[in-house]
Design a protein around this ligand. Sequence first.
Ligand code: CU
Length: 600
Amino acid sequence: MPVTNMAHPLDPLSGKEIERAVGILKADRRLESQVRFETVTLNEPLKRNVLEYTQGNPITREALLVVLDNNSGRTYEAIVSLTERKVTSWEHIPGVQPRIMLDEFAECEEAVKSDPKFIFALSKRGITDTDLVMVDSWSAGNYGIREEEGLRLAMARCWMKTSTTDNGYARPIEGLIPIVDLNHMKVLRVEDYGIVPLPPNDGNYATEFVEDFRKDLKPLEIIQPEGPSFEVSGNKVSWQKWSLRIGFNPREGLVLYCVGYEDKDRVRPIMYRASLSEMVVPYGDPRPHNFRRNAFDIGEYGIGMLANSLELGCDCLGEIYYFNGILHDSRGAVMEIPNAICMHEEDYGLLWKHTDWRSGHTEVRRSRRLVLSFIATVGNYEYGFYWYFYQDGSIEYEIKLTGIIHTSALNPGEIPKYGTLVAPQLNGPIHQHLFNVRLDMSIDGQDNSVHEFEVVPEPRGTTNPQGNAFYPRKTPLTTESKAQRVIDPLSSRCWIISNPSTQNALGEPTAYKLIPGDNTLPLPDSDASVTRRGAFATKNLWVTPYSPKEKAAAGDYVNQNPGGDGLPKWTQADRSIENTDIVVWYSFGLTHVSRPEDWP
Ligand code: CU
């Protein structure tokens, strides 16, 4: 497998580039230790420049930085030209909170555990040793509370471990919610909603606690004696006529660029850029200590920052090619996640088969797919994000939900309304996982259109005397408001993204279909804080004309945002989306009613 390192304008920033960007900005703005670097990432070049780029052309590199000043609480966006070694833009972004950063989680836990108010509240519960107390920081959200305005707040949730390796989520310290000012790393108040005893049982899953593993599994080995069939050149991947580029950033994690498919002597473009743009996990418990519980794992924390370093034989099996994630900590130091992105081929069973029953002649083609994935740990939960590329030209996206369910404690004998009893005195709260994937489409070029496709029954009449008729119907979606749609599985509703200027062999516009899988809509009230902030999830389909600034379905600054940002804001302009450069946003998700089998 030839591996070269051809540079490209869309390559993620290298460690050296991150260091240089931080150094240039620190010197230029005289930034001291009061600042945290939420983002140091590639400032993606103009699409036109990327499309015109050919190998060997000079490349201009820019970094986009988001900086939080803990003293003033102000947030700044900066652009640093790495080519010219200077700051080209420095802008105060008023009224926003950057994502909660990795270092803040650890510092927040320390602040809570050493706070006298918290220690007193623990003592009321008979807990005197804070060493085994576990504190998870969640964004405090935005509930229009005047005293919280302008503050950078975390809501902490606490658990009690029995040993350092114990699964802490087995014993929630119910009703105890420290509220922390993250700019000053100080506990503002400790909300105490009354004592609920710790659940009695352990919930341990680690190997050291498992006495009896199954012993009847024989080895299953995946061997590719001639190596994998993909080729990698720098961040470019080619496989079975597919070609694409790999990107990685702190917010979205894996980004795919320039996805195309080889047809005879040319590569036909399909998507310019594809990534998971946002997600939200609303929880259904309305009680005072639980109504704030929801998580925008991308906009509030960043799934790139939380990406795992993957292990061969565990996370991925077979002939694996890994890409590293090059990120940074909140002080601007380079933080490398080795093996952050896994790429491999999978046998995917049958692709096609036919037997000619007269001759007995059989033809079979097996299916193989290229898998690109990464896994993020967000507190208790794990998300596995998988892009699949198939030999028949189809692309699939899958998210695997795993990890540990969130828990809360119950009084003995209590049956939870907003959850499921998963162990004695332990509630697995009801919640949803709602995602949005942003697909910057480029079917055979940048100018595309979208149609809704449905199969409809035909009314009885002269053309349908027996009443058996049904047929596919295509409706053009021409503006942003018309393209806000929800799924309808009973009509086989899907959306066709086509290029009106190019035809396939049958004279139809060349196109891709966006086919919904299992899906749902948000269950919280339409005016609930979490729905206003996560309005992207209220429609399964959105289409916008391309704008380089519009990358995040719930807006760039989701943490403590009052709502209305992102898709609902941009689409108010009701711009035309006909035969132009468009971006398709697909929201999808599920409702998770915890089961005892989910625990631990
Ligand atoms: Cu879940």
